[in-house]
Ligand binder design. Structure first.
Ligand code: SF4
Length: 335
């Protein structure tokens, strides 16, 4: 069945430099509206999306700072959703809170840690003490045997620390790590020079980090990375799994279109290049975010030659790795 991503609102106890929701916060402020949905608004949306979706992802802002979060999680579970939650994890540092939420329903938590040390993570989140609370929160969730994914959003402040951040997650016994290239909306757009690196700068650190993932035998995915940058690491591209999902809808509070068909919208806000026409991955590659392509151009994106790959399932097929010798030997030249 389908997935619904519903934003509860935009209040947050961090202030990340890569945050994409600032434009919606501004829009709500200009309209004199509250930053967060009411309990009843949210329950109504959950009921409406339940007609199509059986998996609910709670996002924000920071869902755990809402006073009604235990009630909302219990309600979602009672109407038949499986649950995921994206969180900065800080409130789980309080064992009483962690117990209350874990007892309300099973939830797959996706907890963001943006650096291997307090100096890196707190610079990204712009909140002193955030690292210590997030690490304590992850430990509490691991102790309570919750399903867990570790999230890292890359920026100029942290991409060189990516392999060590992956090591930190491995040491914390997090079984899956999700690494995302920044999307230059909201704060990320306003602080572009501090936030958005070039792919060619990031890729060597990403490959080193994924080597550590392989050695540790855990799972990982890398979001908004393209095949011409991922030779030998293609299976980690997040969009492979996204293309295999059924319909996904997004409820973007503060947007003029509050209910968005994310399956098609995701493709509409990415960009390809003229040279992609000759690439063997053209049929399945989504390209980078439009803002990146418009700002930096397409010279980093070099077509790969060989037998066309028509469906993402072919990448997951074990025969794909055996046939990788089809690839051009000069797929990408990194300076
Ligand atoms: S050249 Fe274009 S189609 Fe090929 S992997 Fe790169 S971005 Fe994707």
């Amino acid at each position: 069945m389908a997935r619904a991503d519903i934003k509860l609102g935009y209040s947050c106890n961090d202030a990340c430099i890569h945050c994409v929701v600032d434009d919606f916060r501004d829009a709500l402020r200009e309209q004199g509206l509250h930053q967060d949905k009411t309990t009843e608004q949210f329950k109504e949306e959950m009921r409406e999306s339940r007609k199509r979706a059986d998996l609910l992802v709670l996002t924000g802002g920071e869902p755990t700072i809402r006073r009604d979060i235990v009630e909302l999680v219990s309600y979602a579970s009672s109407i038949g959703y499986r649950l995921q939650m994206q969180s900065n994890g800080r409130r789980f540092a309080d064992p009483t809170f962690a117990d209350a939420l874990c007892q309300a329903s099973p939830v797959h938590y996706c907890i963001a840690l943006h650096g291997p040390t307090a100096s890196v993570h707190d610079a990204v989140t712009r909140r002193a003490g955030a690292y210590d609370e997030t690490v304590a929160g992850i430990k509490n969730l691991v102790e309570r045997r919750q399903q867990l994914t570790g999230k890292i959003v890359l920026s100029r402040l942290n991409f060189e620390h990516l392999p060590e951040t992956v090591d930190r997650f491995i040491a914390l016994r997090v079984p899956h790590i999700s690494i995302a290239f920044p999307h230059a909306l909201g704060t990320a757009r306003k602080l572009w020079d501090d936030v958005v690196p070039r792919y060619r700068e990031v890729i060597p650190f990403l490959h080193r980090a994924l080597d550590r993932v392989r050695r540790a035998g855990i799972g990982a995915d890398a979001e908004t990375f393209v095949y011409c940058h991922m030779e030998g690491y293609e299976q980690f591209i997040s969009e492979i799994r996204q293309q295999l999902e059924d319909y996904v809808e997004l409820r973007q509070y503060g947007s003029p279109h509050e209910l968005i068909d994310w399956t098609s919208e995701r493709l509409a806000i990415k960009r390809k290049f003229p040279q992609c026409n000759g690439c063997r991955f053209d049929a399945i590659c989504e390209g980078p975010w439009t803002e990146y392509a418009e700002h930096y151009g397409g010279e980093e994106f070099k077509p790969l030659f060989g037998a066309p790959v028509r469906h993402v399932r072919n990448i997951l097929d074990s025969s794909f790795r055996r046939h990788r010798s089809d690839l051009s030997p000069v797929a990408l030249t990194l300076p």
